[in-house]
Design a protein around this ligand. Structure first.
Ligand code: RIB
Ligand code: CA
Length: 308
């Protein structure tokens, strides 16, 4: 089993990803980051969800704000509910969550070349760790992120027409990561959009809690995207860790734009078209970007593992 650190802004899709990861990976710790809601609520939601499903993994509290921008955005249409996780938890727990950055740094030093960082929210925690301790880059097995959108399916973003939410939330963190020599696997909207979980798929899990958890997310897709079902972005990252043969991957350079209307846009550049060697990039900056997947196997595997 892969040793992973599960970095999350635990929205509804993160929660499904956490269940899938707990059943298939060795999760050393869960680190929270702002994103789908504020850091205190994210951490509270992670504690309550873990307790509900007896997920026996320590939870560490991470960054509350992006590197440069403040996080204010109109979350009146928060697709993950007012509390960021389907509005099914009402209580607030007094959980002493220690510092996520320290946990990540210590874990990588204690397990050199063994840990996969799984980032399912803004990349602020990961970027801050690399800024503080650049020498850790060579000790991380690889980073895999749910993030970005390259338009191969006609979609260049979901929070804006040009950018995907996790990258948009902290584009400077994403830019820092893609300028580093960290090995990175990118799972963008281009592939996550290919897996739609229908109402029948959800009912087939025989889990009323997950059905309740998903109600507001399903209604967002029905009312705003005009289709019956939901796209669970984050679990597809775990599907890659389960079986990367189900994914078509391209080795490309990735750049992140940080400002103006193109804040959070992700651009990929295929080395084989650099006829005049303009880029002078070295191969350590090539990233594995997933651009297609085996829909049948990824979806059936996801549903079979989550089914009670
Ligand atoms: O754009 C989708 C991503 O943003 C997912 O990780 C979702 O949970 C939100 O964090
Ligand atoms: Ca997420």
């Amino acid at each position: 089993m892969n040793k992973i650190i599960f970095d999350t802004d635990i929205g509804i899709d993160d929660a499904f990803a956490l269940l899938l990861a707990y059943k298939t990976q060795n999760i050393l710790g869960i680190t929270t980051v702002f994103g789908n809601t504020n850091i205190n609520q994210v951490t509270n939601n992670a504690v309550l969800f873990s307790k509900k499903f007896d997920i026996d993994v320590p939870i560490y509290k991470g960054c509350s704000n992006s590197l440069v921008y403040n996080n204010s955005f109109d979350d009146s249409i928060n697709i993950h509910g007012n509390n960021g996780l389907g509005d099914i938890f009402n209580d607030y727990v007094n959980y002493v969550a220690y510092d996520a950055l320290e946990f990540i740094i210590d874990s990588i030093n204690d397990n050199p070349h063994e840990i996969i960082l799984v980032a399912l929210g803004p990349l602020t925690n990961i970027a801050t760790v690399i800024k503080k301790c650049p020498e850790l880059v060579s000790k991380i097995k690889f980073l895999i992120i749910m993030g970005g959108a390259f338009g191969t399916d006609g979609c260049f973003g979901n929070i804006t027409c040009n950018s995907e939410f996790n990258v948009w939330s902290d584009p400077h963190a994403a830019q820092l990561i893609f300028l580093s020599k960290l090995p990175i696997v990118v799972v963008p909207l281009d592939v996550t959009h290919k897996i739609v979980i229908t109402e029948d798929d959800l009912l087939s899990l025989n889990n009323n809690f997950l059905i309740d958890l998903s109600r507001c997310y399903m209604s967002f897709y029905r009312n705003k995207k005009f289709f019956d079902g939901m796209v669970l972005h984050d679990p597809i990252v775990i599907s890659y860790l389960i079986e990367d043969k189900w994914f078509d991957v391209k080795d490309v350079y990735v750049e992140v734009l940080t400002d103006s209307l193109y804040r959070g846009s992700t651009l990929m550049y295929d080395k084989k078209y650099d006829f005049h060697n303009i880029l002078h990039h070295n191969d350590s900056l090539l990233r594995k970007v997933c651009l297609n997947l085996d829909v049948v196997n990824v979806k059936s595997n996801l549903l079979s593992i989550l089914k009670i």
